[in-house]
Design a protein around this ligand. Structure first.
Ligand code: ADP
Ligand code: NI
Length: 218
């Protein structure tokens, strides 16, 4: 099977698998991250595009949050799929490793991605949690999980952290502080950093408007 066929078959597999997903990982998340990854890779030299495209398509195949924090089911599912297509061992091992390490864990854990391909996939995935799309996703996830859009009576947003977040069903606005506003400083690639800067600024401006409207000042 040619590389193009392997990528096309994987895209079709993932599109079918995520057709009706409501956990924030629908097919169009995979699609956007795929386009972002190609864009970011174009700004770097020498990324193996087969690894990038396969890893990006498979990166959320089994979300660790739905498996009690375990990243193994995703890595194993990715490996099984690639083996079924008879993808070579080196590519399969590399993709499996990226799938294992790409997910955001906490504000104080830096992901272990030491290859360019892994870093491209990481940056693409995180960018989709930022900016206008990221804002849409955070409120969509919040609604689907019974969270308020914002609750000023919940823990103060300064010094808000991941451990606190795990204990409470905090509001969607709280999630900006536990994750979305941290992502800018997690980027690995030059293009990822530039794009994250723009998306970060958009989220900051958005929050400023949000609080002004909250207090009836705008
Ligand atoms: P990643 O693929 O980086 O691990 P997640 O699976 O954590 O991303 O999140 C998927 C989407 O759901 C993201 O856009 C994220 O902002 C949103 N999300 C995750 N956790 C929460 C939460 N506690 N409150 C609101 N939105 C959330
Ligand atoms: Ni993702």
């Amino acid at each position: 099977m040619s590389k193009e066929e392997v990528v096309a078959k994987t895209a079709e597999f993932i599109k079918n698998k995520f057709a009706n997903d409501s956990t924030g990982h629908d097919w169009w998340h995979m699609y956007r991250v795929w386009q972002l990854a190609k864009h970011i890779a174009a700004g770097e030299k020498g990324a193996d595009m087969l690894v990038v495209e396969l890893a990006v398509l498979l990166h959320d195949i089994a979300d660790h949050k739905l498996h009690g924090g375990d990243t193994e089911p995703g890595a194993i599912a990715a490996r099984r799929w690639l083996q079924s297509l008879k993808v070579d061992k080196q590519t399969t091992d590399h993709v499996e490793n990226i799938v294992r390490h790409v997910s955001f864990k906490s504000a104080d854990t830096q992901n272990e991605l030491d290859t360019l391909e892994g870093q491209v996939v990481h940056d693409a995935d995180k960018l989709d949690a930022m900016g206008a799309i990221g804002i849409a996703r955070v409120f969509s996830f919040g609604g689907a999980n019974g969270r308020l859009i914002y609750d000023p009576d919940q823990p103060p947003l300064e010094n808000y952290n991941y451990e606190l977040a795990k204990l409470k069903n905090t509001s969607a606005v709280h999630h900006f502080y536990e994750k979305l506003l941290i992502l800018k400083d997690r980027m690995y690639t030059k293009t990822g950093k530039q794009m994250a800067k723009h998306r970060h600024k958009f989220m900051e401006d958005y929050l400023e408007e949000f609080y002004a409207e909250w207090d009836g000042k705008l």
